[in-house]
Design a protein around this ligand. Structure first.
Ligand SMILES: Cc1ncc(C[n+]2csc(CCOP(=O)(O)OP(=O)(O)O)c2C)c(N)n1
Length: 334
Protein backbone atom coordinates (compact mmCIF):
# COMPACT_ATOMS: atom_id res chain seq x y z
CA UNK A 1 0.00 0.00 0.00
CA UNK A 2 1.12 3.52 -0.78
CA UNK A 3 1.74 5.87 2.16
CA UNK A 4 -0.32 9.05 2.05
CA UNK A 5 1.94 12.04 1.50
CA UNK A 6 1.57 15.09 3.68
CA UNK A 7 -0.89 17.78 2.67
CA UNK A 8 0.83 20.01 0.14
CA UNK A 9 1.31 23.73 0.47
CA UNK A 10 3.26 25.85 -1.99
CA UNK A 11 6.88 25.86 -0.83
CA UNK A 12 8.85 27.55 -3.59
CA UNK A 13 9.45 31.26 -2.84
CA UNK A 14 7.71 33.44 -5.43
CA UNK A 15 11.10 34.71 -6.52
CA UNK A 16 11.75 31.11 -7.65
CA UNK A 17 9.12 31.38 -10.36
CA UNK A 18 10.08 32.66 -13.76
CA UNK A 19 8.19 35.60 -15.21
CA UNK A 20 6.60 33.60 -17.99
CA UNK A 21 5.05 31.25 -15.43
CA UNK A 22 3.68 34.16 -13.37
CA UNK A 23 2.21 35.75 -16.49
CA UNK A 24 0.68 32.44 -17.59
CA UNK A 25 -0.95 32.01 -14.18
CA UNK A 26 -2.55 35.44 -14.16
CA UNK A 27 -3.48 35.60 -17.81
CA UNK A 28 -5.09 32.15 -17.76
CA UNK A 29 -7.07 32.72 -14.58
CA UNK A 30 -8.37 36.09 -15.78
CA UNK A 31 -9.14 34.66 -19.20
CA UNK A 32 -11.22 31.87 -17.66
CA UNK A 33 -13.01 34.22 -15.22
CA UNK A 34 -13.92 36.80 -17.87
CA UNK A 35 -14.84 34.16 -20.45
CA UNK A 36 -17.27 32.68 -17.93
CA UNK A 37 -18.78 36.06 -17.00
CA UNK A 38 -19.31 36.77 -20.71
CA UNK A 39 -20.93 33.37 -21.24
CA UNK A 40 -23.23 33.94 -18.26
CA UNK A 41 -24.33 37.30 -19.67
CA UNK A 42 -25.10 36.01 -23.15
CA UNK A 43 -26.78 32.89 -21.82
CA UNK A 44 -29.21 35.07 -19.85
CA UNK A 45 -29.75 37.20 -22.95
CA UNK A 46 -30.81 34.06 -24.83
CA UNK A 47 -27.97 34.04 -27.35
CA UNK A 48 -26.25 30.91 -25.99
CA UNK A 49 -28.40 27.79 -26.32
CA UNK A 50 -28.39 24.66 -24.20
CA UNK A 51 -27.15 24.23 -20.67
CA UNK A 52 -24.09 25.89 -19.10
CA UNK A 53 -22.03 25.15 -15.96
CA UNK A 54 -19.51 27.81 -14.93
CA UNK A 55 -16.00 27.28 -13.58
CA UNK A 56 -15.85 30.56 -11.62
CA UNK A 57 -13.83 30.20 -8.39
CA UNK A 58 -11.97 27.11 -9.61
CA UNK A 59 -9.61 28.83 -12.09
CA UNK A 60 -6.42 28.14 -10.11
CA UNK A 61 -6.83 24.40 -10.64
CA UNK A 62 -6.96 24.24 -14.44
CA UNK A 63 -4.23 26.88 -14.56
CA UNK A 64 -1.82 25.26 -12.10
CA UNK A 65 -2.24 21.81 -13.65
CA UNK A 66 -2.02 22.90 -17.27
CA UNK A 67 1.16 24.90 -16.62
CA UNK A 68 2.83 21.47 -16.29
CA UNK A 69 1.39 19.93 -19.45
CA UNK A 70 2.61 19.85 -23.02
CA UNK A 71 0.33 20.39 -25.98
CA UNK A 72 0.70 16.68 -26.78
CA UNK A 73 -0.51 15.58 -23.31
CA UNK A 74 -4.20 14.77 -22.99
CA UNK A 75 -6.93 16.04 -20.75
CA UNK A 76 -10.45 14.71 -20.30
CA UNK A 77 -12.87 17.22 -18.88
CA UNK A 78 -16.30 17.35 -17.21
CA UNK A 79 -19.61 19.16 -17.70
CA UNK A 80 -17.80 22.18 -16.15
CA UNK A 81 -15.14 22.23 -18.82
CA UNK A 82 -14.58 25.73 -20.24
CA UNK A 83 -11.71 26.48 -17.86
CA UNK A 84 -9.87 23.27 -18.71
CA UNK A 85 -10.28 23.95 -22.43
CA UNK A 86 -8.99 27.51 -22.16
CA UNK A 87 -6.02 26.57 -19.97
CA UNK A 88 -5.04 23.74 -22.35
CA UNK A 89 -4.66 26.39 -25.04
CA UNK A 90 -7.81 26.25 -27.16
CA UNK A 91 -8.56 29.26 -29.32
CA UNK A 92 -11.10 31.56 -27.63
CA UNK A 93 -12.83 32.46 -30.89
CA UNK A 94 -13.58 28.85 -31.75
CA UNK A 95 -14.60 28.11 -28.18
CA UNK A 96 -17.00 31.04 -27.99
CA UNK A 97 -18.45 30.15 -31.40
CA UNK A 98 -18.97 26.59 -30.16
CA UNK A 99 -20.97 27.83 -27.18
CA UNK A 100 -23.06 30.00 -29.49
CA UNK A 101 -23.76 26.88 -31.60
CA UNK A 102 -22.10 28.36 -34.68
CA UNK A 103 -20.52 26.50 -37.59
CA UNK A 104 -17.12 28.08 -36.83
CA UNK A 105 -17.02 26.49 -33.37
CA UNK A 106 -14.33 23.96 -32.48
CA UNK A 107 -16.92 21.16 -32.88
CA UNK A 108 -18.76 22.99 -35.68
CA UNK A 109 -21.42 24.06 -33.21
CA UNK A 110 -22.60 20.52 -32.54
CA UNK A 111 -21.02 20.02 -29.11
CA UNK A 112 -21.82 23.22 -27.24
CA UNK A 113 -20.74 23.87 -23.67
CA UNK A 114 -20.97 20.31 -22.35
CA UNK A 115 -19.39 18.52 -25.30
CA UNK A 116 -16.70 20.95 -26.27
CA UNK A 117 -13.42 19.38 -27.45
CA UNK A 118 -10.28 20.48 -29.23
CA UNK A 119 -8.05 17.60 -30.24
CA UNK A 120 -5.50 20.02 -31.71
CA UNK A 121 -4.43 20.95 -28.16
CA UNK A 122 -5.00 17.53 -26.57
CA UNK A 123 -8.37 18.43 -25.08
CA UNK A 124 -10.29 15.19 -25.63
CA UNK A 125 -13.64 16.50 -24.54
CA UNK A 126 -16.01 17.79 -21.92
CA UNK A 127 -18.67 15.29 -20.94
CA UNK A 128 -22.35 15.52 -20.02
CA UNK A 129 -22.12 12.13 -18.33
CA UNK A 130 -20.77 12.61 -14.82
CA UNK A 131 -17.81 10.25 -14.43
CA UNK A 132 -17.73 9.58 -18.17
CA UNK A 133 -14.13 10.76 -18.53
CA UNK A 134 -12.25 8.39 -16.22
CA UNK A 135 -12.13 5.44 -18.56
CA UNK A 136 -11.40 7.58 -21.60
CA UNK A 137 -8.44 9.27 -19.93
CA UNK A 138 -7.22 5.86 -18.77
CA UNK A 139 -7.50 4.58 -22.34
CA UNK A 140 -5.56 7.59 -23.60
CA UNK A 141 -2.88 6.89 -20.99
CA UNK A 142 -2.72 3.26 -22.12
CA UNK A 143 -2.09 4.50 -25.67
CA UNK A 144 0.67 6.81 -24.39
CA UNK A 145 2.30 3.93 -22.56
CA UNK A 146 2.05 1.56 -25.55
CA UNK A 147 3.47 4.23 -27.86
CA UNK A 148 6.32 4.73 -25.36
CA UNK A 149 5.90 8.49 -25.24
CA UNK A 150 6.43 10.13 -21.86
CA UNK A 151 3.05 11.82 -22.26
CA UNK A 152 0.42 11.94 -19.51
CA UNK A 153 -3.38 12.11 -19.40
CA UNK A 154 -5.32 14.09 -16.83
CA UNK A 155 -8.87 13.09 -15.91
CA UNK A 156 -10.62 16.04 -14.27
CA UNK A 157 -13.58 15.10 -12.08
CA UNK A 158 -15.81 16.46 -9.33
CA UNK A 159 -16.26 15.08 -5.83
CA UNK A 160 -19.67 13.75 -6.87
CA UNK A 161 -18.18 11.85 -9.80
CA UNK A 162 -15.81 9.99 -7.48
CA UNK A 163 -18.82 7.94 -6.35
CA UNK A 164 -19.38 6.53 -9.84
CA UNK A 165 -18.26 2.98 -10.60
CA UNK A 166 -16.22 4.24 -13.55
CA UNK A 167 -13.84 5.98 -11.14
CA UNK A 168 -13.06 2.75 -9.29
CA UNK A 169 -12.73 0.64 -12.44
CA UNK A 170 -10.40 3.14 -14.07
CA UNK A 171 -8.33 3.69 -10.91
CA UNK A 172 -7.77 -0.04 -10.48
CA UNK A 173 -6.79 -0.65 -14.10
CA UNK A 174 -4.52 2.41 -14.19
CA UNK A 175 -2.76 1.25 -11.01
CA UNK A 176 -2.35 -2.37 -12.12
CA UNK A 177 -0.88 -1.29 -15.48
CA UNK A 178 1.00 1.73 -14.04
CA UNK A 179 -0.57 4.08 -16.57
CA UNK A 180 0.45 7.76 -16.73
CA UNK A 181 -2.92 9.12 -15.65
CA UNK A 182 -3.55 11.83 -13.09
CA UNK A 183 -7.00 11.59 -11.48
CA UNK A 184 -7.58 15.26 -10.79
CA UNK A 185 -10.40 15.87 -8.32
CA UNK A 186 -11.91 19.33 -8.12
CA UNK A 187 -13.65 19.09 -4.79
CA UNK A 188 -15.88 22.17 -4.90
CA UNK A 189 -17.94 20.92 -1.92
CA UNK A 190 -21.12 20.39 -3.98
CA UNK A 191 -22.56 17.88 -6.39
CA UNK A 192 -25.52 19.76 -7.83
CA UNK A 193 -27.61 20.55 -4.72
CA UNK A 194 -25.88 17.99 -2.49
CA UNK A 195 -23.12 18.89 0.02
CA UNK A 196 -20.39 16.41 -0.64
CA UNK A 197 -20.04 14.90 2.84
CA UNK A 198 -23.64 13.70 2.77
CA UNK A 199 -22.96 11.34 -0.13
CA UNK A 200 -19.28 10.45 0.16
CA UNK A 201 -17.84 7.83 2.50
CA UNK A 202 -14.50 9.53 3.13
CA UNK A 203 -13.63 13.01 4.34
CA UNK A 204 -11.07 13.42 1.56
CA UNK A 205 -11.37 11.94 -1.93
CA UNK A 206 -7.58 11.52 -1.91
CA UNK A 207 -8.04 8.83 0.78
CA UNK A 208 -9.47 6.59 -1.92
CA UNK A 209 -6.02 6.41 -3.51
CA UNK A 210 -4.92 4.02 -0.76
CA UNK A 211 -7.43 1.46 -1.99
CA UNK A 212 -5.60 1.36 -5.30
CA UNK A 213 -2.02 1.57 -4.05
CA UNK A 214 -1.36 4.97 -5.54
CA UNK A 215 -0.41 8.32 -3.96
CA UNK A 216 -3.23 10.63 -3.00
CA UNK A 217 -2.34 14.27 -2.42
CA UNK A 218 -4.52 17.11 -1.15
CA UNK A 219 -3.90 20.69 -2.06
CA UNK A 220 -5.53 24.11 -1.65
CA UNK A 221 -7.20 24.39 -5.05
CA UNK A 222 -7.58 28.16 -4.76
CA UNK A 223 -3.83 28.72 -4.55
CA UNK A 224 -2.40 28.45 -8.05
CA UNK A 225 1.14 28.07 -6.72
CA UNK A 226 0.19 25.14 -4.49
CA UNK A 227 -1.70 23.44 -7.32
CA UNK A 228 1.20 23.98 -9.73
CA UNK A 229 3.77 22.50 -7.36
CA UNK A 230 1.69 19.49 -6.31
CA UNK A 231 0.72 18.74 -9.93
CA UNK A 232 4.36 19.08 -11.01
CA UNK A 233 5.57 16.36 -8.65
CA UNK A 234 2.81 13.95 -9.65
CA UNK A 235 2.98 14.64 -13.39
CA UNK A 236 6.79 14.22 -13.39
CA UNK A 237 6.29 10.94 -11.53
CA UNK A 238 3.77 9.71 -14.11
CA UNK A 239 6.13 10.71 -16.95
CA UNK A 240 8.86 8.61 -15.33
CA UNK A 241 6.56 5.57 -15.60
CA UNK A 242 5.75 5.39 -11.88
CA UNK A 243 2.00 5.23 -12.46
CA UNK A 244 -1.21 7.03 -11.59
CA UNK A 245 -2.24 9.14 -8.60
CA UNK A 246 -5.06 11.23 -7.23
CA UNK A 247 -4.58 14.94 -6.74
CA UNK A 248 -7.49 16.43 -4.81
CA UNK A 249 -7.84 20.18 -5.08
CA UNK A 250 -10.08 21.69 -2.40
CA UNK A 251 -12.12 24.53 -3.82
CA UNK A 252 -15.62 26.00 -3.82
CA UNK A 253 -18.23 26.49 -6.55
CA UNK A 254 -18.98 30.21 -6.50
CA UNK A 255 -21.83 30.21 -9.01
CA UNK A 256 -24.91 27.97 -9.08
CA UNK A 257 -24.59 24.41 -10.32
CA UNK A 258 -25.80 25.63 -13.73
CA UNK A 259 -26.53 29.10 -15.05
CA UNK A 260 -30.03 29.87 -13.79
CA UNK A 261 -29.81 27.63 -10.69
CA UNK A 262 -32.02 29.23 -7.97
CA UNK A 263 -29.57 27.92 -5.30
CA UNK A 264 -32.19 27.12 -2.66
CA UNK A 265 -29.72 24.81 -0.89
CA UNK A 266 -27.24 27.43 0.42
CA UNK A 267 -27.15 31.02 1.60
CA UNK A 268 -25.78 34.01 -0.28
CA UNK A 269 -23.77 34.81 2.86
CA UNK A 270 -21.87 31.52 2.64
CA UNK A 271 -20.90 32.17 -0.96
CA UNK A 272 -19.94 35.78 -0.26
CA UNK A 273 -17.71 34.73 2.61
CA UNK A 274 -15.84 32.20 0.48
CA UNK A 275 -15.47 34.73 -2.30
CA UNK A 276 -14.03 37.34 0.05
CA UNK A 277 -11.64 34.94 1.74
CA UNK A 278 -10.44 32.56 -0.95
CA UNK A 279 -11.10 33.88 -4.48
CA UNK A 280 -7.98 32.67 -6.33
CA UNK A 281 -7.51 35.79 -8.46
CA UNK A 282 -7.24 38.48 -5.73
CA UNK A 283 -5.16 35.99 -3.72
CA UNK A 284 -2.71 35.71 -6.59
CA UNK A 285 -2.61 39.51 -7.03
CA UNK A 286 -1.93 40.10 -3.35
CA UNK A 287 0.81 37.49 -3.25
CA UNK A 288 2.74 38.74 -6.27
CA UNK A 289 2.34 42.41 -5.34
CA UNK A 290 3.41 41.83 -1.73
CA UNK A 291 6.41 39.79 -2.92
CA UNK A 292 7.31 42.52 -5.43
CA UNK A 293 7.54 40.04 -8.33
CA UNK A 294 4.87 41.77 -10.45
CA UNK A 295 3.49 45.31 -10.55
CA UNK A 296 -0.11 46.57 -10.63
CA UNK A 297 0.55 47.99 -14.11
CA UNK A 298 1.68 44.58 -15.40
CA UNK A 299 -1.41 42.90 -14.02
CA UNK A 300 -3.69 45.54 -15.52
CA UNK A 301 -2.07 45.32 -18.91
CA UNK A 302 -2.46 41.52 -18.93
CA UNK A 303 -6.16 41.90 -18.04
CA UNK A 304 -6.64 44.51 -20.77
CA UNK A 305 -5.07 42.20 -23.36
CA UNK A 306 -7.31 39.35 -22.25
CA UNK A 307 -10.42 41.52 -22.49
CA UNK A 308 -9.49 42.59 -26.02
CA UNK A 309 -9.08 38.95 -27.06
CA UNK A 310 -12.40 38.09 -25.45
CA UNK A 311 -14.25 40.92 -27.21
CA UNK A 312 -12.86 39.71 -30.52
CA UNK A 313 -13.96 36.16 -29.71
CA UNK A 314 -17.44 37.39 -28.82
CA UNK A 315 -17.75 39.37 -32.04
CA UNK A 316 -16.54 36.37 -34.04
CA UNK A 317 -19.07 34.07 -32.37
CA UNK A 318 -22.01 36.43 -32.74
CA UNK A 319 -21.36 37.14 -36.42
CA UNK A 320 -20.54 33.56 -37.46
CA UNK A 321 -23.17 31.57 -39.40
CA UNK A 322 -25.33 28.82 -37.96
CA UNK A 323 -24.45 25.30 -39.19
CA UNK A 324 -26.26 24.25 -42.37
CA UNK A 325 -29.01 21.68 -41.96
CA UNK A 326 -27.20 19.63 -44.61
CA UNK A 327 -24.22 19.30 -42.18
CA UNK A 328 -26.35 17.59 -39.55
CA UNK A 329 -24.96 14.11 -40.11
CA UNK A 330 -21.37 15.13 -40.84
CA UNK A 331 -18.65 14.19 -38.35
CA UNK A 332 -20.68 11.61 -36.46
CA UNK A 333 -18.34 8.71 -37.18
CA UNK A 334 -14.59 8.55 -37.61
C1 LIG B 1 -24.26 9.74 -14.86
C2 LIG B 1 -24.89 11.04 -14.50
N1 LIG B 1 -25.61 11.15 -13.36
C3 LIG B 1 -26.18 12.32 -13.01
C4 LIG B 1 -26.06 13.43 -13.83
C5 LIG B 1 -26.68 14.75 -13.40
N2 LIG B 1 -25.63 15.64 -12.88
C6 LIG B 1 -25.03 16.55 -13.66
S1 LIG B 1 -23.80 17.36 -12.86
C7 LIG B 1 -24.09 16.52 -11.43
C8 LIG B 1 -23.27 16.79 -10.18
C9 LIG B 1 -21.84 16.48 -10.39
O1 LIG B 1 -21.11 16.84 -9.24
P1 LIG B 1 -19.54 16.82 -9.23
O2 LIG B 1 -19.04 15.59 -9.90
O3 LIG B 1 -19.11 17.05 -7.84
O4 LIG B 1 -19.13 18.04 -10.17
P2 LIG B 1 -19.45 19.60 -10.00
O5 LIG B 1 -20.78 19.84 -10.66
O6 LIG B 1 -19.46 19.91 -8.56
O7 LIG B 1 -18.35 20.29 -10.73
C10 LIG B 1 -25.12 15.61 -11.60
C11 LIG B 1 -25.62 14.72 -10.54
C12 LIG B 1 -25.30 13.28 -15.01
N3 LIG B 1 -25.12 14.30 -15.84
N4 LIG B 1 -24.70 12.10 -15.32
Amino acid sequence: MCAMPERKEAVLPLTGYDREALKFFYETMVKIRNFELTVEKYFFEGEIPGFVHLYIGEEAIATGVMANLRKSDYIQSTHRGHGHTIAKGADLKHMMAELFGKSTGCCKGKGGSMHIADFSVGMLGANGIVGGGFTMATGAALAQKMQKTDGVSVAFFGDGASNRGTFHEAANMAAVWKLPVIFLCENNQWASTTPYLTTTSVADIADRAQGYGMPGVIVDGNDVFAVYEAAKDLIDRARRGEGPCILECKTYRIKGHFVGDPEMYRTKKEVQQVLEETDPIPRFEKKVLDAGVMTREELDSIAARVNKELNEALEYARTSPEPEVSALFEGLYV
